[in-house]
Each structure stands twice: as C-alpha cells, then as structure tokens.
Design a protein around this ligand. Structure first.
Ligand SMILES: Cc1cc2nc3c(=O)[nH]c(=O)nc-3n(C[C@H](O)[C@H](O)[C@H](O)COP(=O)(O)O)c2cc1C
Length: 206
C-alpha cells in the first residue's frame, strides 16, 4: 500500500517536510510505503475554470506537477497534504495546486483516505487545517484523524522537532492511517463500495 504525501511548502526541506517525514517513518514501520511530492517554489497557475479537465481528466496547464499528482492519485491508496500556514491559511500556491488537482476528479479520489497537516510558527493552524479538509470532504474521501488537530509548531525544522506533541500527533495520524488502510484492504472483497443517487446540483435556485 502506498500513501502520497504532498509537500505544499516553497521550502522543500522545511518544517512541513519535517512533519511529513515523521509520518513517512511511522507509516514505514507499519508496513506502508509513501512518496513525497513537492509542489516546487515556482509559480503555480490558478484554476481558470476552463473545464478542460472534464474532457481529459487532466489539467490544461502542464508547467507544474499538478498532472503528476493526478496521475499518482490513480495509483496510490491514500493522500496526506502538508502545508505551511500563511496568514492563517494554507500556502496560496498549494491552494491553486489543489483547486486544479481536485476539480472534477471526485470520482477517482472517492474512498481513498486523506488527511491534512499544517506547520505554523504561532497561530492560524486550525483555520488552515479546516480549509484543507474541504478538498477531501467534497470528494468522498474518508478523513483520518489524530490525537489533536494535525499541526506542528516551528519556524525551522529544528524547532518543529522540539514540538514533541506536534510530532506525536503526526505519528498517531500515521498509525490511524495505516489502520484504516488495512481495514479497507481486509474488506475489499466483502464490503462493496456504496452506490449513489444521481447527483443533484441546484445552485440554490428553485
Ligand atoms: C507569507 C508567510 C505567512 C505566514 N503566516 C503565518 C501565520 O499566519 N501564522 C503563523 O504561525 N506562521 C506564519 N508563517 C510562518 C510559517 O507558517 C512557518 O514558519 C512554517 O512552519 C514554515 O513551514 P515551511 O518551512 O514548510 O515553509 C508565515 C510565513 C510566511 C512566509
């Protein structure tokens, strides 16, 4: 089993990476593989609402790793998204990345467990965490929880490592993710996926 870890920070080896590494190490000790995808520090196009992905399943913009993430989502069993907190929100580039990664992809992501983790110096962690969870909860992805809302505190990787409760929260999240993945695997041929009604979209108009 494989978990995709998206590092949404402009710092490839910064605080967010430190949190994701702690998760990866714990997943490994539970027999679960993972791979980290860094979104990079270059410009990320926002979603221009062109609808191109509805035709192909991929984004029309190819200069950043959004399509790589979409491709990986077909292969992996679960997703964890990590972000630094910027003004009490996820990093703006990451939001642009996820808008394009998630738009019109709900069907292929459904039933894959997901979680968000955030890194901040001091405040805004839970607002950023809430925002990231919105991508999963509109996509039919079971959200995996931990012993606290998933955040670490620090301005440098060394400071993050000194946040003992934050690091423990990462390890607990990894154990919970491993447990759910094993439950899903064990039930694969016994419990069918739910069948759903045709989607109703009323746009608040009667
Ligand atoms: C533009 C910007 C805005 C930030 N806003 C916040 C904030 O609202 N709250 C906070 O606690 N830290 C804030 N920080 C600090 C980062 O969230 C913190 O250093 C984080 O751990 C960095 O993670 P990284 O090394 O993975 O980028 C901000 C940093 C930047 C660059």
């Amino acid at each position: 089993m494989q978990v995709l870890l998206i590092n949404g920070s402009p710092h490839q080896y910064g605080c967010t990476h430190t949190a994701l590494r702690e998760i990866a190490a714990q997943l490994e000790s539970e027999g679960i593989d993972s791979q980290e995808l860094h979104i990079g520090s270059g410009p990320i196009y926002p979603c221009t609402a062109c609808g191109g992905c509805a035709q192909t399943g991929y984004c029309v913009f190819t200069s950043d790793p959004v399509n790589q993430a979409i491709e990986l989502m077909h292969k992996v069993d679960a997703l964890i998204v990590g972000s630094p907190v910027h003004y009490a929100a996820p990093n703006g580039s990451l939001c642009a990345f996820l808008d394009r990664m998630f738009f019109r992809k709900n069907k292929s992501y459904a039933y894959k467990p997901a979680a968000a983790v955030v890194s901040c110096r001091r405040g805004g962690a839970s607002a950023a965490f809430d925002r990231l969870n919105k991508y999963f909860t509109i996509s039919g992805m079971p959200v995996v929880s931990s012993q606290y809302w998933n955040s670490v505190h620090g301005n440098t990787p060394a400071e993050v490592k000194r946040d003992l409760e934050g690091m423990q929260t990462m390890r607990t999240l990894a154990r919970n993710m491993a447990w759910l993945l094993k439950c899903i695997e064990a039930g694969k041929d016994k419990v069918p996926f739910p069948t759903h009604e045709t989607h109703v979209a009323t746009n608040y108009i009667r």
